[in-house]
Design a protein around this ligand. Sequence first.
Ligand code: AHM
Ligand code: MG
Length: 323
Amino acid sequence: MAFTDLETWLESTDRDLARLIQAVAEGCREVSRLVARGALGGVLGEQGTQNVQGEGQKKLDVIADDVFMDVARRCGVVRAAASEEQDDPVVTEAGDAPYLLLFDPLDGSSNIDVNVSIGTIFSVLRAREGAGFDPADLLQSGRRQVCAGYAVYGPQTQLVLTTGNGVDAFTLDPDSGRWLLTRAGLSIPAQAKEFAINASNSRHWAEPVSRYVSECLEGRDGPRGKDFNMRWIASMVADVHRVLNRGGVFMYPWDKREPSKPGKLRLMYEANPMSLLVEQAGGQAFDGVQAILDVQPTALHQRVSVMLGAAEEIEHLKALHRA
Ligand code: AHM
Ligand code: MG
């Protein structure tokens, strides 16, 4: 069977954006190679440092961060880049380049050392007109993303992309090193019977989330009138990849553990790119108040409550939050 490759797919994309996507894809291929070698490449275990959010860094968090910062510096079309792992944005030498790149270089860090799927998430915004850069330029709402995507390093390495015209998935051919289009037009069914949440936090959940999950658990005997299955991989990339491929809902909502913290996941590096992919696949993404893509960011590393996936399920969650 002949598959379309990424270069061909990019022929209809703006030339600079195509160059950026190509460069990010090369970074993902490099990280995939390192992940696959694991202990053989000496990349597992702790780095012994903390990131800006006070989380312990794994060696691979730092290695992957270097790979994508290098991509940003070298591709020539990125004016500044920001990463979940670094306090401040990095400004490149391409002072009038058209794009800003944001990324979570290695998502699902707790799964690195146990050989469970992990990934890289990225988001592309437009730089300001003309030249120059101010960190505030990065604080654009998710609606303004020109491209979003992720790579999942699992049994296969896949790259899932949107440039605002639907969502397509490429598989990395380990023999040729090419990214080949293996699924076009991903679409999340409006109805779902599968949900993903870390249930160990249930005692801390807000009332609408507790109610939603307990209704799911009541199954066909409860108000939803159907049975639900539950999954939790603890890699957002892998959980959202399942939602995009076979439907369902993913939640990492605000909870009472740290009431002043809006959630665990990061708006700019995780929630926004995933929300654009989910909306482009016909789903919805909600933070308990509004569509995640409409949140006006106020800080680069801000966190957000996340509920995303099947449209009818998110509508139901919205109704529970309004009640
Ligand atoms: P990370 O970017 O440091 O890996 O953190 C984000 C991850 C998500 O991938 C995942 O959904 C979540 O943290 C899992 O958290 P928990 O261990 O609380 O279930
Ligand atoms: Mg992450």
